[in-house]
Design a protein around this ligand. Structure first.
Ligand code: SF4
Length: 350
């Protein structure tokens, strides 16, 4: 049962007004509930969002600010995009089902929260983690490891599951009471929804499955890039490129990226770097990038593949402009038959 502890009494409640916490904040329901529960005890709460390459763009940031406004808590956004890349490339605790290094990612973010806690003279850190909600990263042992390896130890409180976990410093010191904290576990959402109702929290987003790193198609492309160019050579732009267009590996020497719409064509042009870029000359069709060391014959095959995605009925040849190292050449190609079985075999991630 959840108690509203706004009117807590006794010496601990007086002390609470001088106690402050940093609350990791994703804008989702669980982190909102955790921060709100602690704030309702009289403890000062500063929300912290750690931004990285997969945490969304400007719209996501606006949603985050709106969510913080709704609960009336100050929000600090820390951009850790560059340092976070190494967590994705070299996770000590490995990956989940995709290339999502969730345990390392939590440790990384909580190290930043610890730093902010120390800078702000705050006393502990709060997260919305729920025991057993994610089988690989939020089981009992993983939660203890994250607390330990982040350096927070007993200064890390998960209010939604705290009564199922070892006692923390805020409980031992009486800043938080066990009855302020909960025993939620598992993947269900009923307890959180009931708590949201009780705390008057509305307009929260539906839970997301995880970031792009958890997605199968994206993970296949990332693994291919790691294997072919080396983990340390996959930087921010490469990770972004892996999320744009259709990707095909035609051989160990080169891969092909084909835009699916105007927005992706523009993104591919922006991210082309030193890759070969190809564009159809007289028909509407995709922008194409070729990465690696394609021969002239390889480019003819790429043009045939890409022609299959042009707005062009039939099998008449399509002319392509090929831009490579500052030079421009033209190439004609007959579109591949859409039923050609090689196409599915080349496709990275379906
Ligand atoms: S889902 Fe993505 S952002 Fe969330 S912890 Fe896992 S890797 Fe990090």
């Amino acid at each position: 049962m959840v108690k509203d502890s706004r009117h807590a009494s006794g010496p601990a409640s007086e002390e609470r007004t001088s106690i402050r916490a940093i609350a990791a904040f994703s804008g989702g329901l669980d982190s909102t509930l955790a921060a709100t529960l602690v704030h309702r005890t009289g403890i000062g709460v500063l929300l912290l969002h750690v931004k990285h390459l997969w945490s969304g763009g400007r719209e996501a940031e606006e949603r985050l600010r709106a969510a913080a406004d709704r609960v009336g808590l100050p929000l600090r956004i820390v951009d850790a995009s560059v340092d976070h890349l190494d967590v994705v490339r070299h996770p000590k605790h490995g990956y989940g089902a995709g290339v999502n290094p969730c345990v390392d990612c939590h440790i990384f973010m909580l190290k930043i929260a610890k730093r902010l806690m120390e800078e702000e003279g705050a006393h502990f850190v709060v997260t919305g983690e729920v025991l057993g909600q994610r089988p690989k990263s939020q089981h009992y042992k993983a939660l203890l490891e994250v607390a330990e390896e982040s350096g927070l130890g007993s200064r890390l409180v998960r209010p939604l599951s705290a009564n199922l976990l070892p006692d923390t410093l805020p409980v031992e010191r009486g800043w938080l009471r066990r009855e302020d904290l909960l025993s939620i576990q598992g993947r269900g959402r009923d307890a959180q929804q009931a708590l949201a109702e009780r705390l008057g929290i509305r307009d929260y987003p539906q839970p997301a499955g995880g970031c792009l790193l958890t997605e199968r198609v994206y993970a296949t492309r990332v693994r291919d890039a790691f294997a072919h160019v080396g983990k340390d050579n996959v930087g921010a732009e490469e990770f972004e490129l892996l999320g744009v267009g259709r990707h095909f590996r035609l051989s160990e020497d080169f891969k092909v990226i084909v835009g699916r719409d105007e927005g992706e064509n523009a993104a591919l042009t922006r991210l082309a770097g030193g890759r070969v870029r190809m564009e159809p000359v007289e028909v509407m069709g995709p922008t194409v990038l070729v990465e690696g060391l394609p021969s002239v014959d390889d480019l003819a095959l790429v043009a045939a593949l890409a022609s299959r995605y042009c707005d062009h009925a039939g099998r008449d040849p399509i002319q392509w402009r090929v831009l490579r190292s500052g030079s421009e050449t033209l190439l004609d190609a007959v579109p591949l038959d859409p039923a050609d079985p090689r196409i599915a075999g080349w496709r990275l991630g379906g």
